[in-house]
Structure formats: C-alpha cells, structure tokens
Design a protein around this ligand. Structure first.
Ligand SMILES: Cc1cc2nc3c(=O)[nH]c(=O)nc-3n(C[C@H](O)[C@H](O)[C@H](O)COP(=O)(O)OP(=O)(O)OC[C@H]3O[C@@H](n4cnc5c(N)ncnc54)[C@H](O)[C@@H]3O)c2cc1C
Length: 381
C-alpha cells in the first residue's frame, strides 16, 4: 500500500497562515486551511507591508515572486531622520549586500489586497489544499501537524495553555494611505520623533502609506479628525518637501505591544506569525519576521517525520531570530522616542558615524533586510 500523505491543519488564513498552507502543500502535505473570515473579508484590510530581501527569497523559492511583481513598489533609498538631534542617515543600493544588489531596490512596499488575492487564488487552485473560509473545518486527524496562525489574540494558543509575555507600549500607531505632493517613489522614510517613529512607505504614483506612532490617545484622536484636519496635522510632521494632498482611506489607530509566547510548540502544534510574537512596527519587520517562521517550518517539515518531532524542532529553531528582532525594535523605540539630552547626543553621534561609515550602514541594513541571524552566515544565493 502506498504511504498516506501527511496532514496539516492551518488555523488562520492571514498572510502568515496562507503562505504556510501554500508552502506545506508544495512539500506534498495535504493541507486544510481554516479561517472564520470569508475570502472577501480576508482581502479587505487596508494596509501595506514593507517587504525585505529575506521575504523576497522565500517568495521567489515558492514561485510567488514573479506573479507579485506588478503589485510591488521598490524603493532605492531609505532615509532615517531623528527630529530631536537633527541626525540623518541615507541608506542606498550600495549599502546592500552584493547578493541583493542585482534586485535594484533596498526593499519593497506591498499592499495587503493583491498579496491576499494571489495567495488565496493559488490555494484555491492547489490540489493538496482544502479551504474552509467562513465555515468550520473538519476535525484534524490524530497524527496531523496543527499550525496556529490565528493572530496576536490566538484562541489556539490559549487553548494549548501557552502563556505569553507582553509589554504594552504607551505608544499606539495610526496607519493611513495618502497622496503626497513632492514624493519621490524611490525613497522610504523612517522619522524618529519624540512622540514616536513615523514611517512613510512609497506606494505607486505619488501615494504612500504612513505608519504614525504616538501616544495611543493622540492616535485615536487623530483617527477621529475630519480628512482636512488630519492632513493638516500630518503636513506638520512630514519631512520637508512632502505635502499630503488627499486622504485615500480611513486612518485607523492600533495599540502597540511587544508580545512573545513562552514556547512556540506544544505536542503536534506550532505557533506561527503573530500568534507566536508581535513587535513594534518600527522598521517594518513584523510580517517579514512572521514569514521567516514559515521558512523555518518549511525547512523542518519532513513528510517522513512525526508531527511532534517537526513541532519540537521548529520551536527550538525560531527563538533567536524572534528575540533579536524584538529586542532591537524595542531598543530603537526607547532610544529614539524622547528628548533626553544625553540620549540625543548619543543618537547624534551614532547617526553621524553611520552617515560617514559605510560598514555600519551595511551591517544595519543587512540585519534589517536579511534578519539578524544572517549577520554571521553567508547569504543564500
Ligand atoms: C499598524 C500596523 C502596521 C504594520 N505595518 C507593517 C509593515 O509595514 N510591514 C510588516 O511587515 N508588518 C507590518 N505590520 C505587522 C503585520 O500586519 C503582521 O505582522 C501580519 O498581519 C501578521 O500576519 P498573521 O497572518 O500572523 O496574523 P493576522 O494578519 O492577524 O491573521 C490572523 C488570522 O487568524 C484568523 N483567526 C482568528 N481566530 C481564529 C481561529 N479561532 N481559527 C482560525 N483562524 C482564526 C483571523 O481571522 C485572521 O485572518 C503592521 C501591524 C500593524 C498593527
């Protein structure tokens, strides 16, 4: 008798769960993907993601990069500015590792909708995948690997009694899409302001997503402003030369937290994506970190192995990267969101050194775009 294909149940069809389902189906697993939301609702989030080279490599390996290309906006420069110390650093293509330079961009901005449209379409057409979107899934076979990708509030994580460690930031964050005058589509900005970082991520034809961190109450109050009052407030904080012309969606305020599950696996189950960890959006690391979980699960998922062995190996392998990114983003927020004179001086010196020394720009860009664990290893071709 031919051996039966192994089963995987993926709970949660956000960007992490959907990519996991596709990656494991490609490896020959029989995948059930469930989400309480319908396919339509799963695609309707108004958000854009900063995509790094680590994500590009993963998507490319899965054959998803080419079909996504029309929806990607590449940026050739990333400008960091610190308001309080007037420090400034510009990362350009020459600061990238040589393996990444042939792409011609430091990173990309990708809108949630075309991403989810492609993923759900590929899953729908895949012979190894059964979708239960907005409908209950069948019970998982007793030897199936169970992947919980059900987001930061993960009901599965609670069901498995995995505690989380969390720190709530005083800062929240507000996201919005705007049309900008004076925008150059090839530059992304991260502005460090005493109330919190502000990212301006270029989308196509003079539009951008802003991710504006500030005390949560201010975010809520700004989200409730009329369109013109909101644009006036935004105009006051954008880099010189950029002027917001038009609001393209409804600004939304979110609380921010650093959250880490105490373990990433239990029995045959694994936690993946924001069900396992969540960090501050500074630096646009969130989804890229979630997708590195997918990459690790893909690497350890061997259809000939027991689900428990796979889950245990995954749980052990993900810690360092997740912890390093969480600590780095937390330190960045703490160091830059204030006007304390000694810290302003330290920031100014650091930014001057980075502006002058390419080696420092290369190391920090490599950690941001390939992940901190790649600092000590050669990058895959
Ligand atoms: C304001 C903000 C800005 C951000 N900006 C960026 C950025 O620029 N770049 C970046 O990389 N990341 C960014 N992020 C992070 C990014 O949005 C997340 O990393 C990403 O959404 C995580 O995807 P996920 O699939 O793990 O979780 P989610 O997107 O939360 O998906 C979880 C899914 O699980 C489903 N679910 C819930 N309960 C169940 C259940 N019981 N059973 C089955 N399914 C269930 C939900 O319906 C949902 O579809 C940002 C986050 C925020 C809040």
């Amino acid at each position: 008798m031919a051996p039966r294909s192994p089963f995987v149940h993926v709970l949660g069809a956000g960007p992490t769960g959907s990519l996991t389902a596709f990656a494991l189906a490609q490896k020959g697993y029989q995948v059930v993907l469930h989400d309480p939301q319908s396919a339509h609702n799963l695609q309707s989030r108004s958000r854009a993601y900063a995509i790094t080279h680590s994500s590009r490599r993963l998507l490319d390996g899965l054959g998803l990069w080419s079909p996504l290309k029309p929806a990607l906006t590449g940026f050739e420069a990333l400008e960091l500015r610190d308001d309080a110390s007037s420090g400034r650093v510009r990362f350009s293509l020459s600061d990238l590792n040589s393996i990444n330079t042939d792409q011609g961009t430091i990173g990309w901005i990708l809108d949630h909708r075309p991403l989810m449209r492609l993923l759900l379409q590929q899953l729908h057409n895949h012979a190894n995948v059964r979708l239960y979107l907005g409908s209950p899934p069948p019970e998982a076979p007793s030897d199936a690997l169970v992947v919980a990708a059900d987001g930061p509030g993960s009901p599965t994580r609670s069901h498995w009694r995995i505690p989380v460690w969390q720190h709530r930031y005083r800062q929240g964050c507000l996201t919005s899409k705007v049309a900008l005058r004076g925008a150059d589509d090839a530059t992304a900005f991260e502005l460090f302001r005493p109330e919190g970082p502000l990212a301006v991520l270029p989308l196509d034809s003079g539009t951008a997503q802003v991710v504006w961190s500030a005390p949560f109450q201010s975010c809520e109050q700004r989200a409730g402003l009329s369109g013109s009052a909101f644009l006036d407030q935004l105009a006051a904080v954008l880099p010189q030369g950029l002027e917001p012309d038009l609001l393209l969606d409804t600004p939304r305020a979110f609380p921010q937290q650093w959250q880490l599950a105490r373990r990433f696996s239990r029995g045959r189950g694994v936690l993946i994506g924001e069900a396992a960890h969540r960090c501050h959006p500074v630096g646009g690391q969130g989804l890229n970190l979630c997708w590195r979980d997918v990459e690790t699960l893909m690497t350890v998922a061997d259809p000939t192995l027991d689900a428990e062995v796979i889950a245990r190996r995954y749980g052990k392998r993900r810690w360092l990267d997740v912890l390093a990114v969480g600590i780095a983003t937390d330190l960045l927020v703490r160091l830059f969101s204030n006007r304390l004179p000694p810290l302003c001086l330290l920031r100014r010196i650091t930014l001057i050194m980075m502006a002058r020394m390419q080696v420092l720009r290369r190391i920090s860009l490599r950690a941001m775009t390939d992940g901190p664990m790649q600092l000590l290893r050669p990058l895959p071709e």
